[in-house]
Ligand binder design. Sequence first.
Ligand code: ATP
Length: 234
Amino acid sequence: MLLEVRNLSVSYKGIQALRDVSLHVNRGEMVALVGSNGAGKSTLLNALSRTVVPQAGQVVFDGKDLGRMAAFQVSRQGLLHVPEGRQVLADMSVWENLQLGMLALGQRPARYSLDQVYALFPILEERADQIAGTLSGGQQQMLAIGRALMGAPEILLLDEPSLGLSPLMSDQVFDALTRLNREGLTILLVEQNAYRALECTQRAYVLDRGRIVMEGASEMLMRDQRVIESYLGA
Ligand code: ATP
């Protein structure tokens, strides 16, 4: 087991966003976390990467208790988070953004070279000198993923990578994620588009109002009547 979350709870000034959440991700898996708006999906990823401090619970990553580690220390363990939205360094070039991704390496060796990132997203090589803030939303998402890859992830946490993207861009991003997973990268994916998330993952958890209410093989959840009614818009 690469990531184990035990009884995690998070509250924001009295609003309980996560209650007693337990889940795990095995090495090499691609796991989805689905649920409607406000279910707590982003909060969970933020708690894992320590941009939000949990109130209770334990996160064990690669055998280490993340305990009271700060966000930069967690990223140096190889737990890398691509947050929701266009979180690139907007005033810097594409190349500079990718170089800065290497800060997460700490003492660890690289896992993906710049050439590998460029091979995955050729547009980033074409636009290497362009200022990141002037890229399209889809290109910025690719850059955010590329930057995380430069930090040698053991696990990649992705928060709504297709949000606001054109269908074509969204397909390209999902193809790249599927390819990365096939080549061995462990991925935890948060996605509003539940059908898409279930389609490209092996297992999934359903979060509802801060609690895990269902879990199982993605293929099975896709055929579950409750999932279809609540999340697949049927
Ligand atoms: P969405 O898909 O809309 O991003 P989500 O499933 O990611 O939803 P969260 O963003 O984690 O859900 O939000 C969970 C709950 O916590 C919501 O009720 C939200 O309003 C609340 N919340 C999130 N961030 C904060 C914050 N910084 N301060 C106060 N409340 C917050």
